[in-house]
Design a binder for this molecule. Structure first.
Ligand code: C2O
Ligand code: CU
Ligand code: CU
Length: 453
């Protein structure tokens, strides 16, 4: 609980972690060897989190998906040095949701998150009970899904020097859930809520159960859906979340969650990224062992959920954002890398990220229509400071009841339109970010920043 009488301390530190039993690798974590504790805050209270840096480098803690002012957002401008403490204080107005936190130092987000500087941030709304399974760790289970690579002695490998990771972002060959390889989760025989976070740097997932069973999605990035949505698969791009409810009441045998092996969305134009990882097989995510835990769960899903309303109104202005990759200069960029010079090929509207430049100035509380496109490949587009509504994808209208309130949306060449309204201030000293959440793209400059005044 990060909104009690006393501040919660969140120490970023070095660690050593066994992803695979019998091995150890150097890692980073918040209050832990790898990843961080699940922080819980309540709507209507004030979160108090003292972030302490005991690593060897600058870090931040960004509250991904939270609606907090720019100076409490933990973006690149907030980076603070080893030995220092950053005191985050923010009022929680956010509806109940599965959010997360991670370090966000410009140029280092990829390696820092990869090594473990991330955790979950759950918002509870005691005034709006959802009637869903809520016994944390028993029938309300967080699943942070990440792909990692290891060398022969079990040490983490983060090598982005090759063309594949330059273009598509880093892909690991081993799927980890909550920092463990191929875990088994003990669950009761009944309804179980899974809070899924794609915490990977670049990998896209399309989750499904091996037996094809149906489940219900009850929440997306920014909170509950108005009613449970029946599905048998759910796709999550990097940084996206979904809460699903699965019925294990009739299961006596283990149940496997799997994903298609999509690589980087499998969506480089003419299949340039084909072959290797992502060649069309399936990935094992984790196994559930029904009946191995006891829990009191509701026996039926509620028909309606206390979802936040959609009331953004008509947009007063339109903006366009194009996520750029300059394919023609890829080879040149690799050469510049080899020779040590800097040169970025990733940008938004033709510009690589510059901490000293404000790319857009928004007015507090005004609704805008953003047209976002990505001519070269598929990117997960993220906006700080708000949840947005997806209104169209490839020119087709999107149903807000199944999409929900989002802070990450997958964008391709056909484009998406989103309605954005930011109700928190951010000045030029602490602006909000908008960026691709493939962390290697973000680190390479596919990020821009905006003020809200
Ligand atoms: Cu999850 Cu700008 O970040
Ligand atoms: Cu964010
Ligand atoms: Cu990208």
């Amino acid at each position: 609980e990060a909104d009690g009488a006393q501040p919660v301390t969140l120490t970023a530190r070095k660690g050593s972690h066994a992803f695979v039993p019998g091995t150890q690798t150097p890692t980073l974590g918040y209050e832990a060897d790898y990843l961080g504790p699940t922080l819980r805050v309540r709507r209507g209270r004030t979160a108090q989190i003292d972030v302490v840096n005991r690593t060897d480098d600058v870090v931040t803690a960004h509250w991904h998906g939270a609606h907090v002012p720019g100076n409490m957002d933990g973006g690149p401008q907030t980076a603070f040095a080893p030995g220092q403490t950053w005191s985050a204080r923010f009022d929680v107005h956010h509806p109940a949701a599965t959010l997360w936190y991670h370090s966000h130092v410009h140029g280092k987000t990829g390696p820092q998150v990869y090594h473990g500087l991330a955790g979950l941030l759950l918002v509870d709304d005691p005034a709006a009970p959802d009637g869903l399974p809520s016994d944390y760790g028993v029938n309300d289970i967080p699943l942070v899904v990440q792909d990692r690579s290891f060398d022969s002695s079990g040490r983490l490998v983060y090598d982005i020097s090759g063309m594949m990771s330059l273009m598509g972002g880093f892909l690991g060959d081993t799927i980890c859930v909550n920092g463990a390889v191929r875990p088994v989760a003990d669950v009761p025989r009944g309804l179980v809520r899974l809070r899924l976070l794609n915490g990977s740097n670049a990998r896209f997932y399309d989750f499904t159960f091996a037996d094809g069973r149906q489940f219900h999605q009850v929440a997306s990035d920014g909170g509950l859906l108005p009613a449970p949505v029946a599905r048998n698969r759910i796709a999550l791009a990097p940084a996206e979340r979904a809460e699903i409810v699965v019925d294990f009441s009739a299961d006596s045998a283990p149940v496997r969650l799997i994903s298609s092996d999509l690589a980087q969305g499998g969506m480089m134009g003419g299949g340039m990224m084909g072959g290797g990882a992502g060649s069309g097989g399936t990935l094992d995510i984790l196994t559930f062992s029904p009946g191995s835990a006891q829990g009191n769960a509701p026996s039926a899903l509620p028909a309606a959920l206390p979802a936040p309303p959609f009331d953004l109104g008509a947009p007063v202005r339109t903006r366009e954002f194009r996520l750029d990759m300059h394919a023609g200069s890829m080879i040149g960029s690799m050469a510049r890398r080899l020779f040590g010079a800097t040169g970025s090929i990733m940008g938004i509207n033709g510009n690589a990220y510059d901490m000293g430049r404000i790319d857009a100035a928004l007015t507090l509380g005004e609704t805008e229509l953003w047209r976002v496109s990505a001519p070269m490949m598929v990117h997960p587009f993220h906006v700080h400071g708000c949840s947005f509504q997806v209104v169209s994808r490839g020119g087709q209208p999107v149903d807000p009841a199944t999409e929900g309130h989002k802070d990450v949306v997958v964008v391709d060449a056909s484009g998406v339109e989103i309605l954005v309204q930011v109700n928190k201030k951010a000045d030029a000293a602490d602006p909000f970010m908008l960026h691709c959440h493939i962390l290697e793209h973000e680190d390479a400059g596919m990020m821009a920043q905006f003020t809200v005044t």
